[in-house]
Write a protein that binds this ligand. Structure first.
Ligand code: SF4
Length: 287
């Protein structure tokens, strides 16, 4: 019963994020949770559904089991509920979200994010583009392929990191996100970071860097050093799409990536101060 109350509280919290102010007395969602207690980790890039998951049993909802990266066992999320289930619940809420009227009307699907629910490294980009909107996955296409190479250059795979965007819906014509859309969607990103609790975050491009750091500084001045994001080291670097247009800047991204690799190694070898593991990430849950 205690877990059910906790789950109900979680559901109400995430529904509130999407602007829901009324719910019926239907308790199917609660029963659904009680029937599924598995704690799988990876939101599969290849199997992720482009519609809200119909089952949370780990077999038919686009989530696959991968407990290869057990970590963060002493942070804010409960062990019984688990980060994957929290992400799944948040994703269901995002799929129903219509806080941005224009984006909700014109999107093909919500691009929630994909990767490991216990990732040590989290990438945050700007917003879904045309391909991402069609496939429901972040960073596909040529820019996504380049990001994959960047990830693999530090001996990680896309299933070992988590990739998402500031905005979960595509701005029509790939226009820049509006300030009110950023405000609307930011709670989802904050909640994702809180659930995953990464050791390091990498902001890809000017937009993500400025939103996360609440600054108007250029990406050129922000990159090349770690910033503190509520206790989590944040590296800013150029967006892969920018690199495709300006390949001469790849060296700078490689330098930033090497710094991320060193930081991850430093944190994983530390027994006394593993930032992002013993220090719970605190954003505050409401906008
Ligand atoms: S961009 Fe974010 S806040 Fe706006 S409708 Fe999509 S999920 Fe909701």
């Amino acid at each position: 019963m205690h877990e059910s109350i906790k789950f109900l509280k979680q559901q109400l919290e995430t529904l509130k994020l999407s602007g829901v102010d009324y719910i019926s007395k239907n308790t199917s969602s609660l029963r659904h949770h009680e029937e599924s207690q598995r704690d799988d980790v990876v939101i599969s890039e290849t199997e992720i559904a482009s519609v809200p998951p119909k089952s949370a049993d780990g077999s038919a909802d686009g989530f696959v089991a991968d407990a290869s990266l057990p970590r963060n066992d002493n942070v804010t999320y409960s062990k019984t509920f688990g980060p994957k289930k929290e992400l799944l619940s948040l994703r269901e809420t995002a799929f129903l979200c219509k806080k941005c009227e224009e984006l909700a009307a014109k999107r093909t699907t919500v691009v929630f994010g994909a990767g490991n629910a216990r990732a040590k490294l989290m990438f945050v980009g700007e917003a879904p583009g045309h391909d991402e909107d069609l496939q429901g996955l972040p960073f596909v296409g040529k820019a996504g392929q380049l990001l994959t190479k960047i990830i693999e250059s530090i001996n990680l795979s896309r299933n070992e990191v988590f990739i998402c965007n500031v905005l979960k819906c595509r701005p029509p014509g790939n226009r820049n996100p509006n300030p009110d859309e950023i405000i609307n969607c930011e709670p989802y990103l904050k909640k994702q970071i809180e659930i995953i609790n990464p050791d390091v975050i990498c902001a890809l491009g000017t937009f993500a860097a400025q939103v996360l750091l609440k600054t108007g500084q250029s990406i050129s001045s922000l990159r090349g050093k770690f910033h503190d994001l509520n206790g989590v080291p944040l590296m800013c670097t150029f967006h892969p799409a920018y690199l495709l247009r300006n390949p001469e800047e790849k060296r700078k991204v490689w330098e930033d990536t090497k710094m991320i690799r060193s930081k991850l190694q430093e944190l994983s070898s530390s027994q006394t101060n593993p930032v992002g593991t013993n220090t719970p990430f605190k954003w505050g849950l409401t906008p």
